[in-house]
Write a protein that binds this ligand. Structure first.
Ligand SMILES: C[S@@+](CC[C@H](N)C(=O)[O-])C[C@H]1O[C@@H](n2cnc3c(N)ncnc32)[C@H](O)[C@@H]1O
Length: 441
């Protein structure tokens, strides 16, 4: 095969790449393009049925094409859509979502009601995980289609506070002493304090003096935690660590239905939704979908710190949440108490163990929430009909695994009522969604 070809981009697909076809029908995937563009590409990997290519020249650019804001766009693996205006990103993402659900799950397009835009299209991320450059100590992301590192001094997706740490950390002498043992660093904003919590994974426990030197050099840092091994990280290291160094997220009363504004506490390393503004819109939507009645008990099988469980359980004061992460569960318990939800129980358990226990106890729930990690939750679906007796809400960050699981749930007697997409991750192909299903009576 000639490695350089001229092709027409037909459409964008899951992963954000453009799809084009060679005259012999072979499909090729091309990054950083827009449907309708004619481009000259170089084939970089031929995998038989399909090939991967990179753009050499845009011969006929789309009128929508814009200059990416970020100097690392194109090499950094983080963003795929900075060359598209935000409105067009939304349209393309919805189209890709519909096509993925139809192709992999046989889900009808008219069930998908739309896409809710992110209030911010840049500077929305409250947490980021970085790799550490072993020689220089710079933080960065992985290159596209590679395990190499792109060191970054600034990320347009995240907040000013996280960017301040990102820019300052590599220059600090204590960091230069510590970084050879550190592979990954997680920086998370505590939005109610405008402070950053740092968590890193290290092979060797650091000296306290080094941690305090970093804290004194970067005043926006609230606390440092580190993880060598064991069930939880060491810390907080801080001159003063309110709430034991945990992050604080707003839970406004118009979302929770409580009489006053509240907050969520989250420990270092516990899962939190990355874009809090759209998360609040998602909570509100899920709450409306669930329509919890005063006597109804809510079951959340991946409850984390209580992000959906607690706002939904406000209507009845009754709920059960499970999660395998004991730090998230202990945060969730404290959040429930702070919110006055004494009838909400949180347990450390896997979803499957919880379902088996509930089945043995002959307990069923009119409202069940699923919000699994990226791989979905195929393994628990066969136990769900015994426990979920009416509405089931499936929150997903991965359309392919959602499509597979929805198809299986239909086979198990659930009807899909509606699906809504939420743009939790502007500039990238990632998408969040909520699906309402109902058990056939
Ligand atoms: C996408 S997060 C969602 C958490 C929460 N719903 C939220 O919105 O913040 C997925 C959660 O599933 C938990 N998890 C992973 N595997 C699990 C399992 N087998 N059973 C229950 N929870 C699990 C993780 O610890 C994580 O908190």
């Amino acid at each position: 095969m000639t490695p350089e070809r001229e092709v027409l981009i037909e459409k964008l697909v899951h992963g954000g790449e453009g799809l084009a076809r060679l005259p012999d029908g072979q499909v090729i995937f091309v990054p950083d393009v827009i449907p309708g563009e004619r481009v000259r590409v170089k084939i970089t990997q031929d995998r038989g049925d399909y090939a991967l290519a990179q753009v050499l020249d845009i011969l006929e650019p789309s009128s929508k094409r814009k200059s990416p804001l970020c100097e690392y766009f194109g090499s950094c693996g983080g963003c795929q859509f900075q060359h598209l205006p935000y409105e067009d990103q939304l349209r393309e993402k919805l189209q890709i979502f519909k096509e993925t659900l139809s192709r992999l799950g046989k889900i009808e397009e008219d069930l998908i009601k739309g896409i809710s835009p992110s209030p911010k299209d840049f500077h929305y991320r409250n947490r980021l995980q970085f790799h550490v450059h072993q020689e220089t100590g710079a933080l960065g992301f992985l290159k596209r289609r590679s395990h190499d590192l792109v060191p970054v001094r600034y990320c347009h997706l995240t907040t000013a506070e996280i960017n301040e740490v990102l820019a300052r950390l590599p220059e600090i002498p204590a960091w230069k002493r510590l970084h050879p043992y550190i592979k990954r660093v997680n920086l998370g904003l505590s939005p109610l304090e405008n402070k950053v919590v740092m968590l890193f994974w290290t092979k060797v426990p650091p000296r306290d003096e080094d941690l305090y030197e970093i804290l004194s050099e970067i005043s926006v840092l609230k606390a440092i935690f580190y993880w060598v091994r064991g069930p939880k990280p060491e810390g907080p290291y801080s001159s003063e660590a309110p709430f034991k160094g945990r992050r604080l997220f707003p839970a406004p009363q118009e979302i929770t239905g409580l009489k006053k504004d509240q907050y969520f506490l989250a420990s270092a390393g516990a899962f939190t939704q990355a874009n809090w503004d759209i998360n609040l819109a998602l909570i509100s939507y899920v709450k409306k979908m669930a329509g919890v009645q005063p006597e109804e008990k809510v079951l959340d099988l991946h409850c984390g710190i209580g992000n959906f469980l607690l706002p939904l359980a406000v209507s009845s004061g009754k709920g059960l949440g499970v999660d395998t992460d004991h730090r998230a569960i202990s945060d969730g318990r404290e959040n429930a108490l702070n919110w006055g939800l004494n009838g909400v129980e949180l347990r450390v358990s896997s979803a499957i163990e919880a379902l088996i226990d509930l089945f043995k106890e002959a307990e069923s729930f009119p409202v069940v929430i699923l919000d699994p990690p990226r791989g979905g939750c195929k393994e628990i679906l066969r136990f769900l009909p015994d426990v979920a007796c009416d509405r089931l809400i499936y929150v997903s960050c991965d359309p392919p695994s959602l499509a597979r699981d929805l198809r299986l749930l239909r086979e198990k007697g659930f009807l899909i009522e509606e699906i809504m997409a939420f743009d939790m991750f502007p500039q990238t192909f990632h998408l969040e969604s909520a699906t309402l299903l109902r058990r056939k009576s």
